[in-house]
Design a protein around this ligand. Structure first.
Ligand SMILES: [Zn+2]
Length: 196
């Protein structure tokens, strides 16, 4: 698992972040345009003959559509703060510190990070559609770092109070395994001609 108590200096671009969008030009597609989420990426498939101008008009539209569908199902940052407060209150009442902010971030290498100095927590947007137990597990993990900075015995003891830990770890490991498996499908390598 890649849960670290480090700020990875991740970049948050307001619109489309580089590397997150893959545009596939498919010779088999005559008209159809499709877009779907694959792990941390959005894949947009367009007809091979589509003009650059059309591509530049349509791709952002498709991405916006997917993002708005997802954001309707994504817990707000306010909800994340509230859930973290509840987790700490019920499982680790001795930790009285609370995060100043919790933000979704496009993090591919980590599930979350916590900067204890300013009490900020960042959660990978790969968890936006995750089951509650997996998201809560990561929130709890990062919130414990407000008090325990490393993964020492004290940290482990507190984290061990989370009941669904095994299930959550299995979900996160499975997600990472699936991401690795889907990382560079042969077909994508062959067809990919450009990136958004
Ligand atoms: Zn950690």
């Amino acid at each position: 698992m890649a849960l670290e108590n480090l700020d990875d200096g991740d970049l948050t671009l307001p619109g489309i972040s580089e590397g997150e969008i893959i545009v596939i030009r498919s010779a088999r597609r005559k008209r159809n345009i499709s877009a779907y989420r694959q792990g941390g990426r959005i894949i947009v498939s367009i007809p091979a003959r589509m003009s650059k101008a059309d591509e530049h008009a349509i791709v952002p539209e498709m991405i916006a559509k997917i993002r708005s569908q997802e954001s309707a199902r994504t817990p707000s940052e306010e909800v994340l703060l509230q859930r973290t407060d509840e987790l700490l209150a019920s499982l680790a009442p001795e930790i009285t510190s609370r995060p100043a902010s919790i933000n979704w971030r496009p993090m591919r290498e980590r599930w979350g990070s916590c900067t204890s100095v300013d009490r900020t927590i960042r959660i990978s947007d790969r968890l936006k559609l995750a089951p509650d137990y997996a998201l809560d597990y990561v929130l709890f993990h990062e919130a414990i770092h407000l008090q325990h900075f490393d993964h020492g015995p004290e940290f482990t003891e507190v984290l061990g109070r989370f009941e669904g830990a095994e299930l959550a770890s299995a979900y996160l490991d499975g997600y990472e395994a699936a991401e690795r498996a889907m990382a560079e499908p042969v077909e994508l390598k062959k067809l990919r001609t450009n990136r958004g």
